[in-house]
Design a protein. Sequence first.
Length: 481
Amino acid sequence: MIRLNRPGLKSFVSYVFSFTFLTLFIYLGIPFFFDYKSNQSDLEKKIFENFGLNLSFTTKAKYNIFPSPRLNIKNVEILSFSERSNNVGSAKKVILKIPFKKLVSLKTLNFDSAELINADINIKTSEINNFNNYLNNRTHEKPIQLTKSKINLLDKTNLLFNINLRKLRISGKNLFNKLDFQGRVFNTKIKINYQNKNFDKNPLKNIAVSFPEIGLNLKLNINTDKKNNETIHGRATVFFPNNQIYFDYILNNKILNISSSKLINNYFKGQLLGDIFLFPFSIFDLKLEVSLLKFKNILNSKFIKNSKFLSQLIPLNNKFNGKININIDKITSSSNIINSGNANLEFRNEVLIVKEIKLVINKIGNIKLMGKILQQKKKKIFVFNTKINLDNSKIFYSRFLIPKKSRKDLIPINLLGKIDLESHEIKLDKIYFENGLDQEELDENELLFLQEKINEIFSQNSLNNILKYSNLRKIIQSFFN
């Protein structure tokens, strides 16, 4: 048994320990004596070889031992995610960690990982493919991390939106790459996990996006077509509180085709089909087939209760253009007044054009609505042209309990006017009745009286209350008194 109190043993152990520590300290200190300034271009080349990053130093690199061997570089320019030399941003600090066995000389100096701190990066929509290639076409076995940074997405020189990064980490092994991201977008917390497997032959990409503050979760898998690398296909699932969306898609030449889908929520069940044309503008041609719409749930929704919801959306984004046709097979409600319908809508240059909304009134007739929602000067208005066809007067009078003495022959009614979407004030421009080939128009006094009566109803009741059957019946009865 060896005893440390034997003569000379303590001194020997101390000597060995001191020698080892001194040797280690000298070895770790070798990089302090490298000429980083004269070899700046070589360092920039090593960074590109290790991480695929084009960086340009504006200050001299400094070596630190603690907490691990590393180079610290301040005020670094980020040139691009490709081999081109255009400036896409800057980082206040870059940390390059050095493997322990690569400290002997500047020529053998290598890096384990890179961290960019307080970076500000500008990515144009036209350059997104460069970042996509950077992420997918090489294995990132040496991780890259962005901390406390910001990414600005630009359409040429116009800012679309920015992403504040708490942490973004890119790593990989063999034929597998991974990106983990935590930050905020539109002032909302977001988490993204991206994986790319077998990217040399049959790539399979999986994306998971989470907005924990609002409970929105998205999962997406991406497969590349074996015959055409420019075409990808896959399935997406979206989970939102009380909402589930599943759809299969094909993306080719910036056109996203939704080939099949399933939508389930508190308001309706159905499917969405059609094409969305991406970048630089969003143009769509969609068809929404609704098998069941729960009208009572819509009445109780926060969208109806929020009287300013529609006005807050106006004006629409001028990059959001397209058409959507909506067909509703069945509408359920406590009153069962409207049992089906369809809508043909077009979004064009900040204006929502209502080409036609047709609501079928159960066994009575239908309502056809046309018009447009837009902003005129400072006012947000809905310009409408409505036609009410009441084909079965007997069922209409019976359902709304109109006294026999107040009943009259019903003919199609046309209403033209405007609704202020913020004050909800209605201005009637014209009301006329169709009796065969003849038209009977209300005079100015009758029109004004009816306008005041309608505005009085809307001022005293919320839309939610007006659309309830018991209240709607009383309102209709008031027009026959």
